[in-house]
Design a protein around this ligand. Structure first.
Ligand code: MN
Length: 448
């Protein structure tokens, strides 16, 4: 593995102490406000397959990953008491059937009081005597995993932890810069495979090879869509056969470094100039939206403004006619752009807290008519968010316009001409700054 992506990376080592201090402060506040003295944060367990002796691939809990870069350490715990060094109960089972976690190693180890255990039953020995003063954060599949703590995932505590997670530490941002760099290596390999006429399956393999991650290690299932498959927003099938003719390619694929994700989408045309023109227009639109990102901007408004920009593109590309206002009201823009502008990014690709108004658990609804918008907060410095506008040719949604005032606004011949290309989405990950943003994705593409 690239040393930069490992727990030997000196830059991450330099930033980690301050990150951990921020995590501790957030827990200090959350514990105090929820009347508890200790937090027990569980990494999780692999889910068993029904009536089988197999398990689904393990995914460490997002809250656990904020403590330490331990994405492959099931049945382990961080026990935190304000003012004390956090205890890491590091589960290293004995056995010869599976690879067992190695000895703790890396820049993070010196910040923990590490207790190695070899079975779950021994973890209890490392918890405070009085379990009534503890809150447990994590998914409990079997009651024993809660180690006798009864306050499991109290919503008060979760809200207090999830709201500030929207703002990232310098360490987290550096992890995501690296995740962008890693993802971009995959994107460039995938683009080459597309230009060679490869199948979706082959493009996917080229991607995984370039990022050096297995399917299970990717932050989300790759979307590798050729031709009309690009119209399926979460297309995750992988055709083994290259289509003929070969027209267009939408790739939505990310990578992760220490559990922090990148989430990147690009769209390419094989040789058609008409579809290329539409991609160019969307590229300009996407960069215009990114240029509006700064602290204090209401993300809901950014989303609605994007609909107005989509209306302009539809008119310029001769796909629709009328004022942008009428194209919004009549549902034309939401037919072509039926998802949200983006979301928070972190240890979850759609990071928690996108609808939170404050740490008390109040929420901000998406604007009416925009139910799929995952982020409704006002942007703050050091939030990392995606900006991912799109235009698609989706029969199910287009059919709904028939018989409505919108029917006359759509140029159906033009839609029929472009439908075989599926759709376009362009997605960057940006870090919000006081006066603008840092574009993690574009920076990674330009240094690749
Ligand atoms: Mn996304």
């Amino acid at each position: 593995m690239d040393i930069a992506y490992s727990d030997k990376n000196p830059d991450l080592g330099r930033l980690y102490g301050a990150h951990l201090a921020t995590v501790c402060e957030r827990y200090d506040h959350a514990l105090q406000a929820s009347g508890a003295s200790h937090a027990v944060v569980f990494s999780g367990a692999a889910h068993p397959v029904f009536l089988d002796d197999m398990v689904y691939p393990f995914r460490a809990a997002a809250n656990f990953l904020c403590w330490a870069p331990l994405s492959d350490l099931p049945l382990s715990y961080v026990v935190y008491t304000p003012g004390e060094r956090p205890v890491l109960i590091y589960n290293q089972p004995r056995g010869y059937w599976h690879v067992v976690p190695g000895a703790p190693d890396g820049y993070w180890t010196r910040y923990f009081d590490i207790r190695i255990v070899h079975e779950l039953a021994d973890a209890s020995d490392h918890l405070p005597e009085n379990r009534d003063n503890c809150v447990f954060i994590g998914e409990v599949l079997e009651p024993t995993q809660a180690l006798g703590v009864e306050r499991v995932n109290p919503s008060t505590t979760l809200n207090l932890l999830h709201y500030p997670r929207g703002r990232k530490t310098e360490y987290e941002i550096e992890c995501m810069r690296l995740a962008s760099r890693r993802g971009v290596a995959g994107h460039n390999a995938a683009k080459r495979a597309f230009m060679d006429g490869a199948s979706e399956f082959s493009i996917h393999k080229a991607y995984c090879d370039a990022v050096s991650l297995t399917d299970n290690e990717l932050p989300y299932g790759n979307i590798i869509a050729l031709n009309e498959h690009a119209a399926v927003l979460h297309y995750t099938a992988l055709d083994r056969q290259a289509p003929d003719p070969y027209r267009s390619f939408l790739i939505d694929a990310g990578a992760q470094v220490h559990g922090y994700a990148s989430d990147i989408t690009r769209t390419y045309s094989f040789d058609d100039s008409d579809f290329s023109d539409l991609i160019d227009r969307m590229e300009t639109l996407q960069l215009d939206v990114v240029a509006d990102v700064r602290a204090g901007v209401d993300y809901k408004e950014l989303h609605v403004q994007t609909h107005h920009r989509i209306a302009d593109v539809l008119v310029e590309a001769d796909l629709a006619s009328g004022s942008s206002e009428s194209l919004l009201i009549n549902g034309v823009t939401s037919t072509f752009f039926p998802h949200g502008l983006g979301h928070l990014l972190g240890t979850q690709v759609h990071d928690v807290g996108g609808h939170m108004e404050n740490e008390s658990g109040n929420t901000i609804d998406p604007p009416s008519g925009h139910p799929f918008l995952r982020l409704t907060r006002t942007l703050e410095e050091n939030m990392v968010v995606t900006i991912e506008p799109g235009i698609y040719f989706i029969d199910m949604l287009l059919d709904k316009l028939k018989g409505t005032p919108a029917e006359k606004q759509v140029n159906w011949q033009r839609v029929a001409d472009l439908k075989p290309f599926g759709g376009i989405r362009i997605e960057d990950d940006v870090r919000v700054k006081q006066d603008g943003c840092e574009n993690l994705t574009r920076d990674a593409f330009s240094t690749a």
